[in-house]
Design a protein around this ligand. Structure first.
Ligand code: ATP
Ligand code: MG
Length: 442
């Protein structure tokens, strides 16, 4: 992409309403613009990152066996009246009336919709387990939308919902998601941590929050130092170690000594939850059990799932990832004084090509060749071919955080060389143009 043809409205100053670094940098780097309080437009650079985050999530969810669906953003009030949450949910739910005066709402979450789909289309225990997910917009009318995308009103979420025959099977699904979440965040070049979370009124102990470690994180988390030394990511081992969200950690009751405890800041980017038969029962979503393996007939109880006359209410779980919040969290965890420092896996471009003297015949020719050849090899290059000052070009490349900069100046180009700078370390080296074209040294 040539910068002269791109849409990258960068800013030198921090916007006054932005108090956290991810919000400041996303606006300054021309990734987003606020359209209304807590509601944002994604500009091309921001959208590229969002799509990369989405793709990693999608690939790992697919690998786990989950199936992608797409539910509507608008939902009928009736479904929520059935589950009993219509009145309970409170003001975060955006309630709307359509032209026929019917109550509808913009979905803050989708347990009711998916349970309705399930009960109308799944009839036999043989169809279980099922895990259905979507990546879609949610609206929550947060009382205080703040910190840009960290707490927006409209935000992108990956939400999945699982249906299992019993508690044992549900726990397996839960653990598979736990493992999948680690894979997802590590693939993004981020440092995830799973902590036990409050299960609130529903009870049970199956709930974990996933946090990205960042000094600027909103939440305090506490965990056994052994976590940092783990080589393999064995679910049972990880879950056996002490790791608690703030509200779950009570210093006096902590089973491990303080010297063994890490206390860090984190940003909650995911939440996994098993809630048993809460929705399957309240919304009467059942499947037929296996009659033949049921010598006692209708009185048989399958562990964890209530059965009435061979009807089984599936054991359910839900698993969320704040996709748009992940983009902000990645910046909170990866930035410096000059701007964003993208992990390579989610960087909008891999290479920022800087023409030190646009208009100079040799510089233009070398840049054009590098740009064309690398692009043809599938490398995403943002080429600063503008007439901006060199200082501005460097500042922009640093601000938007592209991992590798290739700097083409008249002197070195005449000697068949360019400069390659690593955004993260700041290290620079001279590299032959031929090596660049064959990607030997970048
Ligand atoms: P929080 O505790 O931050 O309010 P939550 O517990 O209400 O979040 P969940 O219902 O568990 O959120 O949603 C799943 C994920 O969606 C969260 O882990 C978070 O990453 C993301 N998320 C929730 N609310 C917002 C928001 N207002 N803006 C951006 N992302 C959000
Ligand atoms: Mg949560």
């Amino acid at each position: 992409m040539k910068l002269s043809q791109y849409f990258l409205p960068t800013l030198k100053e921090n916007p006054i309403d932005a108090t956290v670094v991810s919000h400041q940098l996303m606006v300054r780097a021309g990734m987003i613009r606020q359209t209304a309080s807590g509601i944002y437009t994604w500009l091309p650079l921001g959208l590229k990152v969002l799509r990369k985050v989405e793709r990693i999530i999608k690939e790992e969810m697919d690998k786990s066996g989950a199936l992608e669906v797409l539910m509507p953003t608008i939902q009928p009030a009736e479904l929520w009246q059935e589950s009993g949450r219509y009145d309970a949910y409170g003001k975060e739910m955006l309630r709307i009336k359509d032209r026929h005066d019917r109550d509808i709402l913009y979905g803050p979450t989708h347990e009711e919709v998916i349970t309705d789909i399930f009960r109308k289309n799944v009839t036999s225990y043989k169809d279980l387990p099922k895990n259905l997910y979507q990546i879609h917009w949610k609206f929550r009318d947060e009382i205080r939308p703040r910190f840009g995308l960290m707490r927006g009103r409209e935000f992108l979420m990956k939400d999945s919902y699982s249906f299992d025959i019993d508690e044992i099977s549900a726990k397996k699904t839960y653990n598979l998601m736990y493992e999948t979440y680690f894979k997802i965040f590590r693939r993004m070049g981020l440092k995830p941590m799973a902590v036990r979370a409050d299960t609130g009124a529903i009870g049970g102990d199956l709930s974990h929050e996933f946090h990205i470690l960042a000094d600027t994180g909103e939440s305090a988390i506490f965990y056994d130092k052994k976590f940092d030394e783990l080589k393999n990511f064995d679910v049972a081992e990880m879950q056996s170690l002490y790791a608690m969200a703030d509200e779950m950690h009570v210093a006096e009751k902590c089973p491990i000594p303080e010297s063994q405890l890490n206390s860090r800041r984190g940003i909650e980017v995911g939440h996994i939850f098993n809630f048993g038969t809460k929705y399957s029962k309240s919304m009467n979503a059942s499947v037929m059990g296996s009659g033949s393996s049921n010598p006692e007939g209708s009185s048989e109880r399958v562990s964890g799932a209530m059965e009435v006359s061979n009807k089984i209410y599936p054991n359910m779980g839900s698993y969320g990832i704040g996709v748009s919040r992940v983009v902000a969290a990645a910046i909170e965890a990866n930035h410096d004084m000059n701007g964003i420092v993208w992990p390579r896996e989610i960087a909008p471009f891999q290479i920022a090509l800087i023409n030190v003297r646009s208009g100079d015949e040799l510089c233009d020719k070398v840049c054009e060749e590098i740009y064309q050849k690398l692009s043809a090899q599938g490398v995403e290059v943002i080429y600063d071919d503008t007439k901006a000052s060199l200082g501005q070009k460097f500042a922009t490349a640093d601000l938007i955080g592209i991992p590798t900069q290739i700097i083409v100046g008249p002197k070195s180009a005449a000697a068949g060389m360019v400069e390659v700078k690593d955004r993260k370390s700041g290290e620079k080296k001279e590299v032959g143009i031929a090596e660049i074209l064959t990607r030997k040294d970048i």
